[in-house]
Design a protein around this ligand. Structure first.
Ligand code: ST9
Length: 625
């Protein structure tokens, strides 16, 4: 039986009943994919994920790849390779690819809905299969030569990696020291050691294209300090003819020199890669080609990072959803203890644990968060749809770009934190001691989901990105737009509506979270020493609250999205519905009410904590920790 339990009903509810994606399918930018095709793709991907992709999930954990220093490789387990091939053979990855590269343009919302299924069933498949998506970045930023390389990457289904991190440059990418030196033929020699490189070795694709950030040396005007001095290079594992894609048989000097032993997602090879070291491999130079022949590495790499941050958030949420559904299945059949009302009667019949109040609280917490965050992913993706539509029409939708940017750290940072914590504290806990056993998938989910709060920018980085870049630098334009949408929703409710209490709770939460944002902005302004009375140390008070703000606004957005869904569900309940739909829609209303009542009141306390923040923590001697 599959470990993976999908929630297709809720995915389709979000896509078609709430976000009305049927209105954009089958025309304009998405001519090739109509509603029936989209539903069919989802249904095929659902089956494939639960069966073929999920089949190797456990085996890949118990028999992970082992690094062989003699070959600089870590071959993947046979079962995993079979699952990977099943996904590649499905050809559905083409929905994420530019038409010029052999793709079928589909809305981002459909792609991330599909992504949830794959990432929940066996996430490393998505990661190893990302080569064609990486090719999109090469294509979009590239010269004619690069565009041809991108076509080859897709045609040959080569693997690809994002190569930023170094042993002493993790969150601080700008501290990277890898160097690039220009050769006479226009190529570059890359030297340096990179760490934590996902998918840098595999024995499923004949070549791997590394997209490497390195600092050009010896050329005026480029290669300065920090992230802005980094350029992006195409560095293949094996050299190939840039016109035909045929391998020349020559090895490039980019070698995997270690594969990490990890807590989770063990089948995903996390590698150290050494570039251009004469003592490694055959001692070859590591040759690379500058993407687009422009020195714009960090901005180009962020096109990959933004996509990967969306991927990480979706992976986390997908894992919480299957964790919840496994816990629910267990709770429905596990008999333990008597009903609380019968606790004095020692002969009372035993009941399933779904009868116990604390288990109900736990199950509804899991349901509410996983459904809220699914809405968050698909709502964010629906703004990406708008960006795609504008691009198709030769225009830009700047507000859609801003809102997508604002929501990404919530999807990634809030999504991964809530998911990992809830998987451990609620999903695993529902199974009691059995949750700790490898007989059930949840202990693996907990281990596999922890990484989501770490890679692609830790939660602390997401919090800083959210406040400094997505709110302050944006002059709160996207936040203001979103705020007005939430307020319009609150005002649209009727006095006697079933969600009256929740609307009031949302209204108070919006008020408190706006006060939190304003407080942080005025604290930031008070750090400006060029203004009278300014004290630079006040920026610490902001830094002490950026993660808090991320979680607070995550709660507000999630509550709003659930309540929007609940409105749709109530409307449906007003008409004829099947018994299954009745239960589903009642569940949507219950989850929204539960989420609002159990989470929104806490925001007032978060505001009070932030307002009371002083400098004592920063002034405490390190020795006192
Ligand atoms: C890793 C791998 O963790 C994990 C698994 C990977 C799985 C791979 C499979 C995924 C598939 C992906 C497929 C991709 C396909 C794509 C298809 C699309 C067609 N947004 O604030 P400044 C830029 S890898 C956008 O001064 P600092 C911007 O250009 C390791 N851009 O920063 C900006 O210039 P400007 C992951 C942003 O103080 C410039 O950076 N590592 C954003 O110099 C400088 O900005 C990390 O994630 C943004 N949010 O540096 C690093 N932010 O301002 C985490 C910055 O002029 N650390 N830019 O616009 C950080 O993010 C740091 O904040 C920092 C700070 C490095 C940016």
């Amino acid at each position: 039986m599959s470990h993976y339990k999908s929630n297709m009903r809720d995915i389709e509810f979000n896509l078609f009943e709430v976000l009305k994606r049927d209105e954009i399918l089958g025309k304009g930018a998405f001519e090739a994919v109509d509603v029936d095709t989209a539903r069919d793709i989802l249904s095929q991907m659902d089956r494939l994920s639960r069966e073929d992709l999920a089949a190797s999930y456990e085996d890949s954990d118990r028999n992970p790849p082992v690094f062989d220093p003699k070959t600089n490789a870590a071959p993947l387990p046979a079962a995993f390779k079979k699952s990977y091939q099943a996904y590649m053979d499905s050809e559905f990855w083409r929905l994420q690819i530019n038409e010029d590269l052999g793709g079928t343009p589909a809305p981002s919302s459909l792609n991330w809905a599909m992504g949830e299924l794959i990432l929940g069933a066996n996430a490393p498949i998505w990661m190893y299969a990302a080569g064609p998506s990486f090719a999109g970045v090469v294509y979009n930023n590239g010269t004619d030569r690069d565009k041809q390389i991108a076509r080859i990457m897709v045609e040959k289904q080569w693997g690809a990696t994002m190569v930023l991190t170094e042993p002493d440059a993790g969150s601080d990418v700008g501290a990277g020291r890898s160097k690039a030196t220009l050769n006479e033929d226009g190529s570059w020699n890359i030297t340096g050691v990179k760490r934590f490189i996902t998918s840098a070795t595999n024995d499923m694709t004949e070549n791997v294209i590394h997209l490497v950030l390195a600092r050009p040396a010896g050329i005026d005007g480029v290669g300065g300090p920090g992230t802005k001095g980094l350029s992006m290079f195409i560095v293949p594992e094996w050299h190939f003819d840039h016109e035909t894609g045929e391998l020349t048989g020559e090895r490039n000097g980019a070698y995997v020199t270690n594969v990490e032993h990890k807590m989770g997602i063990k089948v995903s090879n996390t590698c150290e890669v050494t570039f251009g070291d004469a003592s490694v491999g055959g001692g070859e130079a590591a040759k690379g080609w500058l993407v687009g022949e422009v020195h714009n590495g960090i901005a180009q790499m962020f096109q990959v990072i933004e996509n990967a941050r969306m991927m990480v958030g979706t992976k986390a949420i997908a894992t919480l959803s299957t964790g919840y559904l496994n816990a629910l299945e267990y709770a429905k059949s596990r008999e333990q203890g008597a009903d609380l009302t019968e606790s004095a009667n020692k002969a009372a019949p035993r009941v399933t644990i779904t009868h116990h109040p604390d288990v109900r609280r736990s199950l509804m917490t899991q349901k509410a968060f996983s459904e809220a965050m699914r809405s968050l992913v698909l709502y964010t993706a629906s703004w990406q749809d708008e960006i795609q539509i504008a691009e198709h029409n030769g225009e830009r939708n700047e507000m859609a770009e801003r809102i997508n940017d604002l929501l990404l750290p919530i999807v990634k940072g809030y999504g991964s934190e809530r998911s990992w914590v809830l998987l451990g504290t609620e999903s695993l806990q529902t199974l009691g001691g059995s949750g700790f056993l490898q007989e059930y998938p949840i202990e693996q989910y907990v281990r596999d989901a922890k990484i989501d709060t770490l890679y692609e920018g830790t939660t602390a980085i997401q919090g800083q990105d959210f406040f400094f870049r997505k709110i302050v630098k944006d002059q709160a334009k996207a936040l203001g737009y979103l705020n007005s949408e939430v307020i319009a929703f609150i005002k649209a409710g009727t006095e006697d509506g079933r969600l009256k209490v929740e609307r009031e709770l949302l209204s108070k939460a919006v008020y408190d979270s706006a006060a939190l944002v304003n407080h942080m902005i005025s604290t930031l302004m008070s750090a400006d020493e060029s203004a009278e009375g300014g004290n630079i140390k006040n920026i610490y008070k902001v830094g002490l609250n950026t993660s808090r703000l991320l979680m607070v606004l995550g709660d507000v957005v999630c509550a709003w999205l659930l309540l929007r869904g609940a409105e749709v569900a109530l409307e449906k309940l007003g008409g004829e519905v099947s018994p299954a739909d009745k239960a589903f829609y009642e569940g949507k209303v219950a989850a929204a009410q539960f989420f609002a009542r159990n989470n929104l009141p806490k925001i007032s306390a978060e505001l009070a904590i932030a307002e009371a923040t002083d400098l004592s923590l920063m002034e405490l001697d390190e020795a006192s920790f």
